[in-house]
Design a protein around this ligand. Structure first.
Ligand code: ADP
Ligand code: MG
Length: 232
């Protein structure tokens, strides 16, 4: 069984069913991209995995543990990190303080040290005492990822990490994803930016109206004329 394994996930906001039978599997050190247009259900999928906001039904296991009925803090403690689309950093706290807020006790594995995080995100190194509110969107995105890493996750859910960022920052984020992968961290990354998705993805899932419409390699997606037309 894969590190993160999802089988037949449905999700609702109130009476409105958004996800239908989502199944996907991602291993440690593997990067899966969830590709889909606005409103397709990408954020809802990641929220449903984390146990946030939505009503969910279906089987979700993480590291062999059934998590589909666990509350979000217990899921986080198992080593599943989540970087929301809205980058919820604390604007009045400094970079260092934001990182401290994200700290969780390491589970056996090695904990990320601040100096390692600053090597991963050199832009942040020079602004340790800067309030989060005085940072650019790209810097805030890096801080959000760095803060999630303070929880020493085995797996990260990244919700549209490239959204609204300058190309040079998107490149930095792609480098970060590659480095995390090298360290064995698995990732499920929701995206609309196909160029970025192509650089990072080992596997692609296409989501349309709350259902998985394709699963496979980027090359296979490109070879499917109808899907490629809609998504690439
Ligand atoms: P994506 O992240 O792919 O853009 P979302 O998962 O945010 O898509 O949204 C999927 C669908 O769920 C959309 O139709 C959206 O309008 C609806 N939706 C999102 N958030 C809520 C909410 N809090 N309450 C009701 N409907 C929502
Ligand atoms: Mg979204």
């Amino acid at each position: 069984m894969a590190l993160l394994d999802i089988d037949g996930l449905d999700a609702w906001y109130g009476q409105a069913q958004i996800l239908r039978g989502i199944s996907l599997a991602v291993d440690g050190g593997e990067v899966a991209v969830l590709l889909g247009r606005n409103g397709a259900g990408k954020s809802t999928t990641l929220k449903a995995i984390m146990g946030l906001e939505v009503e969910r039904r279906g089987r979700i296991t993480f590291g062999g543990v059934v998590i589909d009925r666990l509350p979000v803090h217990e899921i986080a403690r198992l080593g599943l990190g989540y970087v929301p689309e809205e980058r919820r950093i604390f604007t009045s706290l400094t970079v260092e303080e934001n990182l401290a807020v994200g700290r969780l006790p390491p589970r056996g594995g090695r904990a990320w040290r601040h100096d390692e995080l600053f090597r991963l995100f050199p832009n942040l190194a020079g602004m340790r005492d800067r309030p989060g509110g005085h940072m650019s969107g790209g810097e805030q995105q890096m801080l959000t990822i760095a803060r999630a890493l303070m929880g020493n996750p085995r797996f990260l859910l990244l919700d549209e990490p490239s959204e609204g960022l300058a190309p040079v920052i998107v490149e930095t984020i792609a480098g970060t994803v590659a480095e995390l992968k090298r360290r064995g961290v698995g990732m499920l990354v929701s995206e609309q930016n196909t160029a970025f998705a192509r650089t990072i993805a080992d596997r692609v899932y296409v989501i349309e109206r709350g259902e998985i419409a394709f699963s496979g390699t980027f090359a296979a997606l490109e070879a499917d004329a109808a899907l490629a037309e809609r998504h690439l």
